[in-house]
Design a protein around this ligand. Structure first.
Ligand code: ZN
Length: 153
């Protein structure tokens, strides 16, 4: 299997699909910020009083947060902007695991900022590649990532 590199992606030898964040609630500002960055937002379930969405994440917007809302059996995940009010019943920020929070960390390579995809096999927990093939390592809190040598750039 070929190692993922920026040149392999650019030349079409490897194609990396946008990571999907499934079945989340969204605020209107979060949806607008996601779509402005090229992400696809799809309505997946409609109940009389609640909508859920799948997000195919291309470029995580600055200031977006993943949150946990409510109690079982009505517990679910949501995305909102950091400067919005919490959802009713939203849990404190520290209940979100570092690897979930890391799904919204942008690629740290200069001028990139694309979504990161899991790439831990043979590496270490938190190892990721972005949609352009750059390599990155999530911080232990998942709030950011640092660039790792991408072999051919
Ligand atoms: Zn990148």
């Amino acid at each position: 299997m070929e190692t993922i590199t920026p040149s392999a992606v650019r030349e079409g030898r490897i194609r990396i699909h946008a990571p999907r964040i499934e079945r989340v609630r969204l605020t209107i500002p979060a949806r607008e910020a996601l779509e402005a960055g090229g992400s696809t937002v799809t309505e997946v379930a409609a109940q009389p009083h609640r909508l859920y969405y799948d997000v195919d994440l291309v470029r995580p917007p600055a200031g977006i947060r993943r949150v946990l809302i409510g109690q079982w059996p009505e517990q679910h995940r949501g995305l909102r902007m950091a400067d919005e009010l919490p959802y009713p019943g939203e849990w404190p920020d520290d209940v979100i695991a570092w690897y979930e929070r890391g799904e919204l960390a942008p690629c740290p390579h200069a001028g990139c900022g694309l979504a990161l995809v899991w790439y831990e096999a043979g590496y270490v927990p938190g190892y990721r590649v972005c949609l352009a093939g750059h390599h990155a390592q999530l911080a232990s809190d998942g709030r950011s990532a640092r660039a790792v040598d991408s072999y051919d750039e």
